[in-house]
Design a binder for this molecule. Sequence first.
Ligand code: 13P
Length: 252
Amino acid sequence: MRKICVAGNWKMNKDLNEAVSLISELKKTLENQTINADVIICPPAIALETSKTLIEGTAIQLGAQNMHFADSGAYTGELSASMLKSVGCKYVILGHSERRTIFGESNEVINKKVKKALADGVDPIFCIGETLEERESGVMQKVIEEQVRKGLAEVTVEELGKVIVAYEPVWAIGTGKTASPEQAQEVHAFIRGLLKEMYSEEAAEKVIIQYGGSVKPGNADKLLSQKDIDGALVGGACLDAESFFGIIKAAK
Ligand code: 13P
């Protein structure tokens, strides 16, 4: 049985004071609640170290939103996997569609980041997903297959055990348009099938595949009850403790 995993991608929101407030509210909200999910928060880099201190002793885990694939060096503005680890990050979001489209990250660059994160002991939340145009023109599966095969190239079966896959249809991100639970399930099953082909049935069955794209307390329950949907990568709704909790408690 895969345990549900709910991650909050704060994106470029919340300064340090606001981050402290949100985490304090989240801690209060989660206190004394039965939680059937792993919970990860991914605040902006300026708040990582403080966040780590604030979540100590709670069930909340920490992730970053991006990293560079090099060890160190002349990469102004970038952060390495070992730097993220040094401030307590267990996870890093890689290949988010905003990184792919706004910052031009290719499958090859994302693959380098995935391998580096794994080598340095930070678990990737590896994002994939099609645009509306790709879905409507019938190339969705081809696009997703390419993202998975290229993004996970040279990742071993042991390493796959550390990877969380996040399926985020680009047309559902921040738009209020969610994939229906059935639409999402169909793609999740396709992704798991691909992982079976690339690795093994046993390995693929263990991989957490999150859904992302306008997940809200009102739709989380139906999404999370689908066979191959093992969690959510939440954007907008994680910026408020109550609504993030509304999604977390949908995990049965
Ligand atoms: P929204 O939940 O705001 O649609 O964002 C989803 C997302 O991109 C999470 O990474």
